[in-house]
Design a protein around this ligand. Structure first.
Ligand code: ADP
Ligand code: TRP
Length: 353
């Protein structure tokens, strides 16, 4: 009777969740749980690629779990688990790495960005990052786990044979690699083990939530985040401080990037006719950024306040969140161990005694 398509997604345990995580991923986790067979996990092994403090990592796993639940992921509908509770993932990661090229990993955008940051190379310096990584001093090493991050992510997806993966725009290259690895494995061993997964956002393009600092995306490492658990005062302050421009000088002039970013956030949180009224006000030079920001803060708070309130309750109940992931791990392991057996068999790793 299990005809529903499999959905899988995860978020790294690197800090509290922000609006980018919410609109890029978590909101869809909730919206998909009635119609699909959903598995949502906390990627603690992926967090290790940037060598976090162990105590902070452990807390972050519980924080994100509580945030999933507070945002409305229902453990009776979706399967929630912690990545490291499924050791089959680590084994398959080793196996899949045998079919992944070092070159294709070195060329992955997320790897190049993170490696650049670690080596202290500025982001507009596009010189040969690959040879810099290879030639870097041991005190500045870029670890192999960071390089093989896409293999681990592909395994998360493929081991559950997922069809749909709700993630933000920044993850699309990783999904492209996952599809490539799936095809490569199937065809190398002449098997049909893995479906090719795709991003999913209810027929819309993948989301990229901007930061409020004028350019780029909202991200933990960018330091420009509005967190789901930000207290009201803090949140209002962040929005009121958002970068804008000096105001339109001529009617109909193109909208500047910082103002467009505010409008993009508004499109996610605010009624369409109100967003349009601010677009019109920009076009006829009557826009007042103070009013616009107040409106935006109000509308964001409508989304985040109930989540923040539930979060506090859920986070305090460790016995409950522990129960949720214990159950979740069982089901995730069941599916994962079946796939792992198929993979081992295809590769000739077969116990004969
Ligand atoms: P961060 O980039 O803050 O470290 P993660 O990499 O852990 O966050 O992202 C977890 C999920 O949230 C992914 O699905 C990712 O695509 C999504 N996400 C993160 N930031 C954004 C953003 N600014 N806009 C849209 N989606 C985002
Ligand atoms: N790489 C994702 C991120 O940074 C997190 C992630 C790990 C993931 N494994 C995944 C997302 C599998 C979807 C499916 O956000």
């Amino acid at each position: 009777m299990n005809e529903k398509e499999i959905v899988l997604s995860g978020i790294r345990a690197t800090g509290n969740l922000h609006l980018g995580n919410y609109y890029g991923a978590l909101r869809n986790f909730v919206k998909m749980q009635d119609d699909y067979d959903c598995l949502y996990f906390i990627a603690d092994l992926h967090a290790l690629t940037t060598n976090p403090d162990p105590a902070a990592l452990h807390e972050n796993v519980k924080n994100i779990l509580a945030e999933y639940l507070a945002a409305g992921v229902d453990p009776d509908k979706a399967n929630i688990f912690v990545q490291s509770d499924v050791p089959e993932i680590s084994e398959m990661y080793l196996l899949l790495n045998m079919h992944v090229g070092i070159g294709e990993l070195l060329r992955t955008t997320s790897f190049k960005d993170k490696a650049r940051k670690q080596l202290g190379i500025s982001s507009n310096d596009d010189k040969d990052i690959e040879s810099q990584v290879i030639g870097s001093e041991s005190n500045k090493r870029v670890n192999a786990g960071l390089l093989t991050y896409p293999t681990l992510m592909a395994v998360d997806i493929l081991i559950q044979k997922a069809h749909k993966v709700p993630v933000g725009k920044d993850q699309e290259q990783h999904l492209e690699l996952t599809r490539r690895f799936a095809r490569r494995f199937n065809s190398f061993y002449n098997v049909d083990i893995f479906p090719e997964p795709e991003n999913f956002n209810f027929g819309h393009n993948a989301v990229k939530v901007p930061g409020l600092d004028g350019s780029g995306k909202m991200g933990k490492s960018e330091g420009n985040c509005i967190y789901l658990v930000d207290e009201e005062k803090v949140l209002r302050k962040k929005v009121m401080r958002a970068v804008t421009d000096e105001g339109p000088k001529e009617p109909g002039q193109p909208i500047s990037e910082p103002v467009q970013n505010l409008l993009t956030l508004m499109e996610l949180t605010t009624a369409p006719e109100i967003v349009q009224s601010y677009r019109d006000a920009y076009a006829d030079c009557s826009i007042r950024y103070g009013d616009m920001k107040k409106q935006l803060a109000e509308d964001i708070l409508k989304v985040t306040t109930p989540i923040r309130e539930r979060y506090k309750e859920i986070r305090a109940d460790e016995a409950y969140i522990g129960k949720v992931v214990r159950q979740g791990a069982e089901r995730a392991r069941e599916r994962a161990s079946k796939t792992l057996e198929e993979v081992r068999k295809a590769m000739g790793i077969i116990r004969f005694y």
